[in-house]
Design a protein around this ligand. Structure first.
Ligand code: HEC
Ligand code: HEC
Ligand code: HEC
Ligand code: HEC
Length: 212
């Protein structure tokens, strides 16, 4: 009996590692019962469409109106070493900011452009106006082995195991860049709270990259 429980527990853990268990259903990104979304198009349809998608760079069959902010205030600090490559949020992060910077209504997809429901202030990114990235963890800069060497407090991304199956570079970076999806999985593939790629209990997520 004990053995059986152990086997079931291991199967569950294995399932999570394989990504076969956790799903978007029941998460903050499960829009299937949101009243702001037209009943004909809830769920995946808020973000994706099978036909007539919006041609956004790097976006898979994108459906949602993208952020209207043209230039964000970027992250900087006296000790930040990514300042020479940091740019406005890259294509992948702009998809998140479509809803999360609060400049575009949640229901602005599929022909609707004058929605009135915006992201809750508790999950808004980029300050009240939505254009200030200076108070968020830096994104859209190159995280390379050279940066790790010059910083001295980071693991080299191309040779360090991420714990997700391969290296930090393969599993968490986008053409060597940090983006929102370096830390988050929009579909909750890993079944971790806050749609994270791994638990941050005891700062596990932070310590994957930061050698502190
Ligand atoms: C909140 C917005 C959102 C919702 C809802 C959503 N997606 Fe996605 N999806 C994204 C984003 C953003 C990407 C870009 C890659 C990434 O960040 O994972 C993506 C990528 C994808 C991809 C291509 C890459 C991959 O992971 O295979 C597929 C396929 C996909 N989504 C299918 C779905 C399906 C099916 C649903 C509904 C069950 C869904 N998505 C719901 C935002 C969303
Ligand atoms: C279609 C709009 C939309 C897009 C696109 C979108 N989100 Fe969300 N997201 C939401 C909404 C709505 C919530 C729930 C807000 C609330 O209830 O406070 C949410 C919640 C979240 C949460 C909080 C989850 C929790 O349980 O604490 C995280 C983290 C998140 N989103 C990350 C992302 C990331 C990363 C991306 C891009 C890869 C993204 N979102 C793209 C609409 C979106
Ligand atoms: C370096 C890792 C990292 C990056 C990059 C990152 N996040 Fe997060 N995010 C977290 C962690 C960890 C949490 C959990 C709660 C916390 O610490 O505030 C979180 C929480 C959130 C939440 C829940 C509300 C909140 O503020 O607590 C949202 C929404 C969110 N992130 C969206 C985003 C978006 C959009 C981006 C890109 C612009 C992004 N995140 C980039 C690590 C990250
Ligand atoms: C996927 C890798 C990755 C993860 C995960 C990550 N970071 Fe970072 N973080 C970086 C990189 C790369 C920098 C840029 C460091 C530099 O150039 O100074 C950075 C920058 C920072 C900075 C600013 C440093 C400065 O000098 O201004 C802080 C503070 C920080 N991270 C804290 C965190 C915390 C807290 C977490 C966990 C919630 C976290 N990071 C998760 C990669 C990561």
């Amino acid at each position: 009996m004990k053995n059986l429980r152990f086997i079931i527990a291991m199967m569950f853990i294995f399932g999570l590692i394989q990504g076969g268990f956790a799903q978007i259903l029941g998460t903050a990104h499960d829009f299937s019962s949101e009243s702001w979304a037209p009943t004909s198009n809830r769920g995946c349809g808020v973000c994706h469409t099978t036909h007539q998608s919006i041609p956004v760079t790097s976006a898979p069959l994108w459906h949602h109106e993208t952020t209207v902010v043209a230039g964000y205030t970027l992250y900087n600090s006296p000790t930040f070493d990514g300042g020479s490559t940091i740019t406005d949020p890259g294509a992948s992060s702009r998809l998140c900011l479509s809803c999360h910077d609060g400049t575009v209504a949640l229901e602005n997809f599929g022909g609707i452009s004058s929605g009135t429901n915006f992201i809750d202030p508790s999950t808004q990114i980029g300050g009240v106006a939505g254009n200030d990235m200076s108070t968020e963890h830096p994104i859209s800069f190159d995280y390379t082995d050279a940066l790790a060497t010059s910083d001295g407090g980071l693991f080299p991304p191309t040779t360090t195991n991420s714990g997700l199956g391969s290296t930090i570079d393969n599993d968490m970076l986008f053409s060597s860049k940090m983006e929102c999806a370096s830390c988050h999985d929009v579909h909750n593939r890993f079944g971790v709270m806050h749609l994270l790629k791994m638990s941050n209990v005891n700062s596990e997520l932070c310590l994957t990259c930061h050698n502190k």
